[in-house]
Design a protein around this ligand. Structure first.
Ligand code: ADP
Length: 257
């Protein structure tokens, strides 16, 4: 895989107490800069704007109203990207920010413009950092309906820029045959060739406090990668250097496809 998309979830970037996991961000910057150095083209899709925004504003909870969440996202995105910029600079790696909506790839004109931007950034050795544009799209914010849609955005970006590998970093070691938070007996599945109805039935389950939607959107992302003859690896982002193991072909997490 010459071109790789890496997606990090909020759980990797923000501690449960709301503070920012600078160690993880720093490691991410190190790993991605090293990958670039070895000739790979890397795109980072990063969640975390709201979490970082809440921390920045000294708030403990996300506001209920969508416009207020959008405001927090705008504040948090600014802070998050400046942290990335600072950390990547330590490794002499430049970054560029792209705020996208999923429908961008539906319209030929914007599709064309976005692809050109990705190509121009990658050609200049810049790491594109992507997030959903929360000012325009509220999918990622609307937890009731579409939880965690940066997952799908990352697969849409990957398939459109011709990346054949999507590395999805989450707060769990991989995909299990049941929700590990509800079932202590759940087993990690190392390889899933095809995502079907049965796979979706293994994701989440009633009564789980979080993540049900999150795992479903991850499976949708995997399905999209497989349809495009690519692969997705779901792994734990607690230690982002896991990416080195993945690229070395070691069996880590769950391989889809
Ligand atoms: P992120 O913030 O990294 O995007 P999410 O919280 O959205 O992560 O999704 C990950 C969560 O999905 C896990 O922590 C776990 O609680 C839940 N989950 C539900 N079903 C499964 C499953 N079959 N295998 C693994 N995790 C699952």
């Amino acid at each position: 895989a010459k071109r790789v998309v890496i997606k990090v979830g909020t759980s990797t970037l923000v501690y449960p107490d709301g503070s920012i996991n600078l160690r993880a961000i720093d490691q991410l910057a190190f790993v991605i800069s090293a990958m670039r150095h070895r000739g790979r083209e890397v795109v980072l899709v990063s969640s975390g704007a709201i979490g970082v925004g809440l921390n920045y504003m000294g708030l403990k909870q996300r506001p209920k109203a969508i416009p207020e969440q959008q405001a927090i996202a705008a504040i948090g995105q600014t802070e998050l990207i400046s942290i990335y910029k600072e950390r990547f600079a330590i490794y002499e790696q430049k970054i560029g920010q792209l705020l996208l909506t999923r429908d961008i790839f539906v319209y030929p004109k914007s599709h064309h413009n976005v692809l050109n931007t990705f190509e121009a950034l990658l050609k200049q050795n810049v790491v594109p950092i992507v997030n959903e544009n929360d000012t325009v799209a509220v999918d990622e914010l609307d937890h009731e309906t579409k939880f965690g849609d940066n997952d799908q955005l990352s697969a849409i970006v990957a398939t459109n820029i011709g990346a054949d590998l999507l590395i999805m970093l989450s707060d769990i070691d991989g995909f299990y045959d049941g929700n590990p938070n509800a079932d202590a007996q759940a087993q990690l599945l190392a390889h899933i060739e095809k995502v079907d109805q049965h796979t979706y039935e293994l994701a989440g389950g009633s009564g789980s406090r979080f993540g049900t939607g999150g795992m479903v959107t991850k499976l949708k992302a995997a399905e999209r990668m497989i349809d495009a003859h690519g692969q997705m690896i779901l792994a734990n982002g607690a230690d982002p250097s896991v990416i080195f193991q993945i690229l070395a072909g070691e069996p880590v997490g769950t391989l889809f496809g």
